[in-house]
Design a protein around this ligand. Sequence first.
Ligand SMILES: [Zn+2]
Length: 375
Amino acid sequence: MTDTIHVALTDGSLELHSDSDAPWAVSSDWLRDNCRCAACRHPGNGQKLYAIVDLPDGLHVVTAVIDPDQGLQVRWSDGHVSSYTPAWLRDHALSDAARSARRRSTTLWTRDLLARLPMADWPALLADPVAELAWLEQYAALGFGLLRQVPCEPGMVAQVGDRLGFVRITNYGRLFDVKSVPNPTNLAYTAVGLGVHSDNPYRHPSPGVQLLHCLESEAPGGDTLLVDGFHAADILRREDPAAFALLCRIPMNFRYADASTELQARQTLISADMDGRVCAVHFNNRSADWLDAPAAEALPWYQAYRAFAHILKRPELELVFRLDPGDCVVMQNDRTLHGRTAFDPGRGRRHLQGCYIDGDAMESRRLVLRRTRNP
Ligand SMILES: [Zn+2]
């Protein structure tokens, strides 16, 4: 977009618009706080050199002129002069259309995604930044990605985690085993199916990304289930807006406890941002503790909870596939809920290893690779 930006200054109120977009009123404090001059921001690192309280009260624009090449030149009531390039003005426009276009594009999915799973070979991704960026873009849009040809060696999942980000060490260690052998001594942890969930909502913050790497999968069953939690939340909002609002507002307590650990966190099952877009889902039946809410809210909250849980079980939302040895699934833990079908541990081994990383490092890698390609 290379629209020309126009400016109008009427009685001290500044308005900007481009040829193709609606005008937006520009607050003086907002504009001045974005001054890029060497007195306001360090020319080397771009960091701000003043505090907001250093700006005078009642600051206003005295003159504002715009030039198609130079951009906007502003003289302020305290004598300061600021300039803003046309590209900066376009990138920071506050019209509804411009704000909406800036939001990260999220692609909601259903079981139909099976035909085009976001997949890459790990060695190719290590060797080629273009392939890596393509995979990271798919991960960002869909909330998960698959890696194939990850060497079938114990501990490899943490190496992948440290390449995509930084492994987060928890009370489970750097990584954990999801393992079953024929005739196990401990039946409790083994072969049952698991409904879709996000991991560790009892942590604050809960893990941003979960990796699961398949080392062995001889046992029949044990297929991976994934559900797009953002899509399920959007369906709840469409079908029952009051239930959606309740799950966004009232948190549930989650808990994990063992002899040396007591982890507790309060999380809303659904979070939405200021524009109403779903930005996080936390759902885990096994670690759900209890609802500490005003008594009158418990009945409608439980109705909403049940409605959301029913949506998460709809077969048309469920992506089902099998992890083979060497496959690693990487999931945005507050979006893509995961589970597994039951399996028969008497007829073969099944062994996965998992670890957690924070989401910001993967997002940073995506943005740096983008920056490198489009300086
Ligand atoms: Zn300045």
